[in-house]
Write a protein that binds this ligand. Structure first.
Ligand code: PGA
Length: 249
């Protein structure tokens, strides 16, 4: 049985007061034991969130990290800094990091290796643009993203990896990929892992879907065979919506 996971990517939302309110509201809910729940606040809200959630079953992830440690990189954050505040998981490769901050499959590969070395869990995001889907190049593109950033990793590194397929055209747009499109891609991804490694590993890796997941569509998406949960943006900013998604399995 693969881990079922729901992660909230807060992006650049929620200052200290807003974080306090959202966490208080989340903590009103009972979290089911068969779902691993994460939130990923901004760097400045990590300590606040870790402290507040100390005895509550929601893990805190970061939205990014640098690929090197303790050097002159103004404005950057290292894995040891994250671990120092109790954060052991990081989102890497989100499409906004790729499109707005120049992250590439090659630069992400270096981050992935560093995060693995440092014992961090990784939620690795990837997915095609609308133009690539229209040209029917989405499978090729996704394979290339996985190939270049992840497929050189040794088998045992995959214990630290959660995949998040996020078609760029569905992120923040209100346009969700259909359950059929999601299943088709997730099965393809699992097949690529099997071809590159073996079926045992392929069956263990959790693959999340991200892109306009809401309380009204989560159940159908999560019911797909190869979908193990979701990476949630907009709907993670409202506690009731986020918890409805957690409870959609
Ligand atoms: P969305 O964002 O749910 O707002 O589409 C998903 C994401 O960016 O991870």
């Amino acid at each position: 049985m693969r881990n079922q996971i729901v992660a909230g990517n807060w992006k650049m939302n929620n200052d200290t007061a807003e974080t306090e309110i959202l966490l208080d509201n989340l903590m009103q809910h009972q979290i089911r034991e068969d779902v691993s729940v994460y939130i990923a606040p901004a760097f400045t809200q990590l300590t606040q969130s870790v402290v507040k959630l100390k005895n509550y079953p929601i893990a805190v992830a970061a939205q990014n990290m640098n690929a090197v440690a303790s050097v002159a990189h103004t404005g950057e954050i290292s894995s040891s800094m994250l671990k120092g505040v109790g954060v052991n998981t990081v989102i890497l490769g989100h499409s906004e990091r790729r499109s707005l901050y120049g992250e590439t499959d090659d630069s992400l590969k270096v981050k992935v290796i560093k995060a693995i070395e440092d014992g961090m869990g990784i939620m690795f995001c990837f997915g095609e643009e609308l133009s690539e889907r229209k040209e029917n190049k989405h499978f090729e593109l996704v394979k290339m993203q996985l190939d270049s950033a992840l497929f050189d990793l040794p088998n045992n590194a995959w214990k630290q990896i959660i995949l998040a397929y996020e078609p760029v055209w569905a992120i923040g747009t209100g346009e969700t990929a259909s359950p059929g499109q999601v299943q088709e891609m997730h099965a393809f991804i699992r097949e690529q892992i099997k071809l590159q490694y073996d079926s045992e590993l392929a069956n263990q890796v959790s693959i999340l879907y991200g892109g306009s997941v809401k309380p009204n569509n989560a159940k159908e998406i999560f019911s797909m065979t190869d979908v193990d949960g979701g990476l949630i943006g907009g709907a993670s900013l409202k506690s009731d919506d986020f918890m409805a998604i957690v409870n959609a399995f």
